[in-house]
Design a protein around this ligand. Structure first.
Ligand SMILES: *Cc1c(COP(=O)(O)O)cnc(C)c1O
Length: 371
């Protein structure tokens, strides 16, 4: 087979067995009646939506969640059957396609429900989950009056039917349960407004699922930890089971040279070589998601950590080696090699962000290879 990944050693290796393991672990951790909604938005957090969703399904996931209508349609092509929930808002024009393709949408607006109700009658109703804002401050109705009006508007519409309701925790990944307890209480009060309990009432993301099992309700929306990553250091310390990381980022030394002291390396000559430096070049750069701010970050070569030196270029970067290595020597940027391991958390710390952002910033140019 001849495709792009045959010609570039830079690749993200995805271990689908790890995703399956993490999903299985959470299914057995959850109360029996709680369903697993596998969150596979943003191309399965950069791991590939097709493979991630299949792995989660094999481990017992009963529904998928994505962020946008387009993500739902792409996933529907891969999986013709499993329920899919769109977590973000959808335009009125999407409701008809959603109904046809068994995609469930999130509703927050009376106007939206009325407009969909005014459309020519669908063959099949569009299933909706009503979003309640219990403290995230993003989308959702915020009090009894708003909720009652929205439920009324949905029930008036021949094109819509309520399948669920949910809220989203803003601080379940932090130390201290109070904000999450308050959000849960507010959510439960509002759920009482429904004349009939919706089939799926759900609140928890990964952090909620892992730290607050008592808030699991009918389903949990499990995202980041499906891929083996703890939502925060606080949650990592309290993990009820061990996660397996699903992604490794690797490449090879494409060029190796010995340089004299005092030479500049890369744009701006910002790294000046010292005596007898061996400099290796890696075929990965900021167009791949290796941000320029990652200069100084280490990679693993021959089982040892070595630093990225000089400015990171769009497609390549340089590392300082302890001695000569052959061209083609394996380089691990994220993952284990020998006794060393570099995690997405380590990159995240250097970039003042969270590992979620690392997983999704590795660009499409990096082929995902599955094992
Ligand atoms: C992304 C998202 C999730 C998943 O969150 P994780 O922290 O990745 O588990 C759950 N619910 C909503 C509404 C989301 O947007």
């Amino acid at each position: 087979m001849c495709n792009n990944m045959d010609f570039r050693p830079t690749r993200a290796v995805i271990n689908t067995a790890a995703i399956k393991h993490n999903a299985q672990q959470v299914v057995s951790y959850l109360p029996n009646e709680t369903k697993l909604i596998a969150v596979v938005k943003a191309d399965g957090y950069g791991h590939g939506v097709a493979e991630a969703s299949s792995a989660a399904l094999a481990a017992g996931a009963e529904m998928f969640a994505v962020a946008t209508p387009d993500e739902a349609l792409a996933l529907r092509k891969h999986d013709p059957q499993t329920d899919i929930l769109v977590l973000g808002p959808s335009p009125v024009s999407f409701a008809k396609y959603a109904a046809q393709k068994n995609i469930t949408v999130t509703v927050t607006s009376v106007v939206w429900a009325e407009k969909v109700g005014d459309l020519q009658r669908f063959n099949k109703k569009c299933k909706v989950h009503v979003k309640i804002d219990s403290g995230m401050g993003r989308i959702g109705v915020r009090n009894e009056t708003e909720l009652a009006r929205l439920i009324e508007a949905i029930n008036q519409s021949e094109n819509l039917s309520i399948d669920g309701t949910f809220t989203h925790f803003a601080r379940a990944d932090e130390e201290g349960p109070e904000p999450t307890d308050l959000q849960f209480q507010k959510f439960m009060q509002l759920v009482d407004v429904f004349p009939e309990k919706p089939r799926l009432v759900h609140a928890s993301n990964s952090a909620g699922t892992l730290i607050f099992p008592e808030y699991s309700l009918d389903a949990v929306r499990f995202g980041i930890s499906l891929y083996g990553i703890a939502p925060s250091a606080v949650v990592a310390k309290k993990m009820p089971f061990k996660l397996q990381r699903a992604m490794t980022l690797e490449t090879e030394l494409s060029y190796v040279k010995k340089v004299r002291a005092g030479e500049g390396i890369s744009y701006g000559g910002k790294y000046i070589t010292s005596e007898n430096d061996w400099i290796g070049t890696l075929p990965i750069g900021y167009a791949d998601g290796l941000k320029r701010a990652l200069t100084g970050q280490e990679v693993i070569v021959g089982g040892r950590r070595v630093p990225i030196v000089g400015t990171i270029c769009m497609d390549q970067c340089m590392v300082k080696l302890p001695h000569e290595f052959p061209e083609g020597e394996k380089v691990t940027l994220i993952g284990k090699q020998g006794d060393e391991e570099i995690t997405m958390e380590e990159w995240a710390e250097r970039l003042c962000t969270i590992p979620y952002e690392i997983a999704v910033m590795l660009s499409e140019r990096i082929p995902r290879v599955y094992k």
